[in-house]
Design a protein around this ligand. Structure first.
Ligand code: PHE
Length: 353
């Protein structure tokens, strides 16, 4: 008996040595522990033994069983661990490899400027309003002190659709619309961003379609000083805290006085450089006090009310701010240009880095 038990143990040990995978191990387990295995065979022989022998042999057999189970379990653990290690090795992630670049869409630079301007003026209590791009001559010109035949119409060569309808040449049309809609009921504080159209030949600085952001404030006792303070805040927000602005006399039919606004060059700080053409100043927008005719024609008593208006060109602001030298870049949708403003996660210009 004892020999038998020992030989089973030895056989198992040598067979275990050969096993390299879990499946073969399981087969081996079935072979040894199954009903037809050597251990079952030995137990079935117990019946013919004396009580003394049964005691001794029973214990030895039990020990063998436990030992076989332990050996099989230990081997199983070893194999499982080896398998796991192998998998980990295969699936190892090299965190030093450069990551895949994820291109996510970004906000167009023009939209960026418009958003920024809106945010600023909303914080100062302005409403953001809109008006139609296909506009009546009435709002685009006549109600802005530009009657038919007025020479200043020539400077805004227009796309007429009919005698009376055109693609608006300026968002100033929304000044007239807003005044008309309010008619002295409330003071006005609005900005109006939108597309405008002129029959220009497209080149580096001209586009037949471009954007404007109109601004209009009307209330009692509004003065040129209010306009200056407002535009100073705008210039500092868009071009930097150290900026100073200056007014130059100009002409727009719907404002009197009319002014052009310059800001100290944000590149050289005002000493003179190529960007400001050596002058230290950069022109940023047109503005003025709302002309009494315009107030009157749109339902406001010019004896009681005054106001100011301004027109910002987002293209110009974006070109200055981002150093873009061809306006056509905004419209041709070349991804190489647009990507300069987009976020590339994991890329060289990842904004989160
Ligand atoms: N509408 C003018 C233009 O297109 C700009 C402007 C707006 C000037 C408001 C004064 C006041 O040139």
């Amino acid at each position: 008996m004892k020999e038998k038990i020992d030989s089973i143990r030895e056989k198992l040990l040598s067979e275990l040595e050969e096993i390299n995978d879990l499946k073969s191990l399981n087969d081996l387990k079935v072979l040894y522990m199954g009903k037809k295995g050597p251990i079952s065979e030995l137990s079935s022989m117990m019946g013919s033994l004396s009580i003394e022998e049964k005691k001794e042999f029973g214990k030895a057999l039990n020990d063998l069983k436990n030992e076989v189970n332990n050996l099989l379990d230990t081997k199983k653990n070893t194999l499982e661990e080896a398998e796991l290690n192998k998998r980990l090795e295969n699936e190892k992630i090299d965190i030093t490899l450069p990551s895949t670049k994820l291109h996510v869409g970004g906000v167009h630079p023009i939209t960026k400027v418009i958003d920024e301007v809106e945010e600023l003026f909303i914080s100062m209590g302005y409403d953001v309003v809109e008006g139609p791009e296909i506009e009546q001559d009435l709002y685009n010109f006549e109600k802005l002190n530009l009657p038919k035949g007025h020479p200043a119409r020539d400077s805004q060569d227009s796309f007429y659709i009919t005698e009376e309808m055109l693609l608006r040449t300026q968002t100033s049309s929304v000044q007239a619309r807003t005044m008309e809609a309010n008619k002295e009921k409330t003071p006005i504080r609005m900005i109006c961003p939108g597309k405008t159209y002129r029959r220009d030949n497209d080149d580096a600085t001209h586009s037949h379609q471009f954007h404007q952001i109109e601004g209009l404030v009307i209330d009692e006792n509004i003065s040129l000083a209010d306009l200056k303070g407002t535009l100073e805040i705008f210039a500092k927000k868009m071009f930097g805290e150290d900026r100073v602005i200056r007014f130059r006399p100009s002409f727009f039919p719907f404002t009197e006085p009319s002014i052009e606004v310059d800001v100290t060059c944000f590149k050289c700080g005002g000493v003179g450089c190529p960007l400001c053409k050596g002058t230290g100043w950069i022109e940023i927008l047109g503005a003025g006090m709302v002309h009494p005719n315009v107030l009157r024609d749109n339902g406001y008593d010019p004896e009681k009310y005054t106001g100011f208006a301004f027109g910002i060109g987002p293209e110009r602001v974006a070109m200055l701010k981002y150093g873009i030298n061809d306006i056509r870049n905004f419209y041709t949708n070349d991804v190489r240009f647009l990507n300069d403003f987009n976020r590339v996660i994991g890329g060289d210009n990842d904004a989160s880095k």
